[in-house]
Design a protein around this ligand. Sequence first.
Ligand code: ADP
Length: 596
Amino acid sequence: MIKRALNILKQYYGYSYFKQGQQKIIQNILEKRDVFCVMPTGGGKSICYQIPALMLEGITLVICPLISLMKDQVDNLRNIGIDAEYINSTLSLNDIDRIINLCKNNKVKLLYIAPERLENSYFCNLIKKLKISQVAVDEAHCVSQWGHDFRTSYTYIKSFIYSLSERPIITSFTATATEEVRKDSINLLGIINPYVYSGGFDRNNLSINIHKEMDKLEFVKSYIREKEYESGIIYCATRKEVDGLYEYLRERGFYVSKYHGGLDDKLKHKFQEDFLFEKLNVMVATNAFGMGIDKSNVRYIIHFTMPKNIESYYQEIGRGGRDGEKCECHLLYSRNDIERQEYIINTSSSFNRRAIEIMKLNEIIKLCETEQCYRKVILNYFGDNSHNNFCNNCSNCFNNQELKDFTIEAQKILSCIYRTREKVGISVLTDILRGIPGPKIIANKYDSLSTYGLMKEYSGKYIKEIIDSLILQGYLSKKENTYSMVKLNEKSISILKNKHKVLLLLEESSDSRIEDEELFKKLRIMRKDIASWNNIKPYMIFSDSTLIEMANLKPTNSKEMMLIAGVGEVKFNKYGKYFINIIKNYNLKLKNTKNS
Ligand code: ADP
């Protein structure tokens, strides 16, 4: 059974291994046992019910709270050759009839619906006639009053399931569930003796940074300038704050998008699409943005104001790095935020909920003011006490870090500057150290220097960070009137002569798995082009992780390409050749520059 599941994983999704927890969950579902699964965002919940859906007889009904998420999920499934449909309020009655007919004729394996559908008895009677083998409840915490986004319509799920002539397997999935919410949800969904999987809440690819009382506007400007090519979301507390920040950034020449509930639907749609189709990389929004967004390659999340509770904060940062790659999260905390959130709670929450909301607000204030590891505090809040005292991926852990000895790295860099006679800028210097045969390097024979390739195990970004720190600490000087040229000074010489140690406050390796940034960039451009020809979102073609693996392994034929994680049969047939061509041309260019 599991062998067949593995074949499906490879054939459709292009992955050779299950992620943690997936196999056991799938196995239980196939053995007809109910499941309650808590997995962090990006943990791979969808595959847990999608693969059984393909293996079980009949249909899997997926209850999904957000219309846009539903569409994205269905588009994704169709893009890999799986028969999926959705029914929601955006469809006409004719469309709904057409889809029900497809279901009757066994042409649909997964049918996504919004929970509100189950309030409609006409609709319920229609689908009761179908063979429903699994009901998969996404965002299962929405059924609980204790959850932070309770939805009344979720309470209809249980009675619907129990009105079916044959009880289907009930599977439920959530990323955030405290013990209380967990018990409540199992009960309210009518789940019986489930296999409970709790994969914890930790998202270790998110770095959590909280900045106290800093100049928020200055931070945002310099940050988004530095991350020009990456997608990010800036969350604000109110619509007014979104409008204000959006105007401020626009007036200063930044291309940003915005989103909040007060915009008219057309505009909202346009701004959202600009971001999802990567026409604009920055989204300024209230927390209304992102709930139904499946964009997997959000590389940073900034909270311009402290959110109202830890659940919201964790859910919002959870929208970053869904592909498992790094995402930086920055919360800009000021004590003024407290009053603002109190005001919002007092004016918008019902009397009964106010006390709970204020209690939750106090917890997030404690988080912002703690000196402990932020990740540990958050995970403890969710009842996970298993985490170490330090995560080394949050700003408190960074601040508690001791200075590290970077003397060897500094000597390699300084010696390369010496050997290139201070004639190259930081980028070329970095490429020489990494052993990348760019045109300037070949033309000037820098590839014959003893420092060529001396730091090839370091990423370009990391080397640049070390250089920046050396400049900042006065171990190296910038050349006057140049943008990126550097020169040695007295301190540099004493480091080269081993008379001085270099101690820096830098993470061990702050960067990424990307070995060839230039090829990665070219593959990303290709992805964006294919996406716009097909009018689908770039991350639906291939995820960032898949492109990074392509850039690192450089597959040039179908066999090699099919070994890349995320390249399944259907996607390979549709898009494989474009990426192979890019890689072949890139290899050729590298070879030519090396030979010329
Ligand atoms: P969740 O619903 O838990 O947030 P998703 O189901 O959206 O997570 O999966 C997150 C990412 O992980 C997606 O890009 C998905 O393709 C990828 N993924 C899922 N299962 C696997 C696997 N077995 N191997 C590699 N990547 C996987």
